[in-house]
Design a protein around this ligand. Structure first.
Ligand code: FE
Ligand code: FE
Ligand code: ZN
Length: 277
């Protein structure tokens, strides 16, 4: 059974996201924990969460993936901005305990001229300040395109962050197909080699989720512009290999393609048809 869904608006609450997922043929989904630009989060409604968990159990909706606001920067030069990232993520992680056992994905950050080493240290410092032993959420570092001064476009950088986190068992990685291609990892022609490198550098057991996106730009472009499935430089044949790869096929796939709901529904249908039983 393929686990596939897409990014959904969280403004209607958890039950609504579960219902929408079902309507478009998804059995998972991703959502922002709050306005993607940051700001305060709506209070969690325990009734809504309870209704969602019942609905999800009944309809086989699994592994909802939370995504942190993409404007957070754990390795800003500005201490106030780092503090904001830390407080926001801690608040998000506390809220994640309402849906225990799931994952929370974030963009490691941009070092803005401080250098990769300092960036890595500041990101790990933040994680060491907010993770706690009893938390039931796994925190995922997203593989980045390497736009500007983004940290995390090389597998080595993600490994270096994880190595510095004291509660390392709380950490995982989310592989974004558009981003890794942008970063120069050739998932179109050398998928086996890329995954072998991931395993050697990070460890394949850390891989917990895949963002399935085509790319508007060629290998190594460092642009981070998502394209609809089959409409970009990755292409439908490579997508078919990705979703069926023995090391990936059991992971949850989340579409972040430029689509409205009908477009997502059709991509999910198309990909399910290409998934080998
Ligand atoms: Fe992301
Ligand atoms: Fe992504
Ligand atoms: Zn992206």
């Amino acid at each position: 059974m393929m686990t596939i869904g897409c990014h959904l608006s969280s403004s209607g609450g958890f039950l609504k996201m579960g219902q929408t997922a079902l309507e478009i043929g998804a059995n998972t989904f991703q959502f922002f924990t709050r306005n993607p630009r940051g700001g305060s989060a709506k209070a969690i409604d325990p009734e809504d969460v309870k209704a969602f968990l019942d609905f999800a159990a009944e309809h086989g909706i699994v592994r909802p993936l939370a995504h942190a606001p993409y404007t957070l920067n754990a390795c800003s030069k500005d201490e106030k901005i780092r503090e904001f990232a830390r407080n926001t993520m801690l608040d998000d992680l506390k809220r994640m305990e309402y849906i225990p056992g799931n994952c929370y994905n974030f963009h490691p950050g941009s070092h803005v001229g401080q250098g990769i080493e300092t960036g890595i240290e500041q990101i790990a410092d933040m994680l060491n300040a907010i993770l706690w032993p009893e938390q039931r959420t796994t925190v995922l570092l997203e593989t980045m395109a390497g736009k500007g001064s983004e940290v995390g476009s090389r597998f080595e950088e993600l490994r270096a962050i994880i190595d510095r986190v004291e509660l390392g068992d709380k950490m995982g990685v989310c592989l974004d197909t558009c981003h890794v291609d942008d970063a120069g990892y050739d998932v179109v022609n050398h998928l086996d080699d890329v995954l072998e490198e991931f395993d050697r550098v990070i460890g394949i057991d850390r891989l917990k989720a895949v963002h399935l996106n085509d790319s508007k730009n060629p290998l190594g472009a460092h642009k981070d512009r998502h394209e609809v499935i089959g409409g970009g430089y990755i292409g439908i044949e490579a997508m078919e290999r990705i979703i069926n790869h023995p090391q990936l096929r059991c992971l949850p796939f989340y579409l972040e393609t430029p689509n409205e709901l009908p477009g997502y529904a059709s991509e999910i249908r198309q990909l399910r048809a290409l998934y080998r039983a």
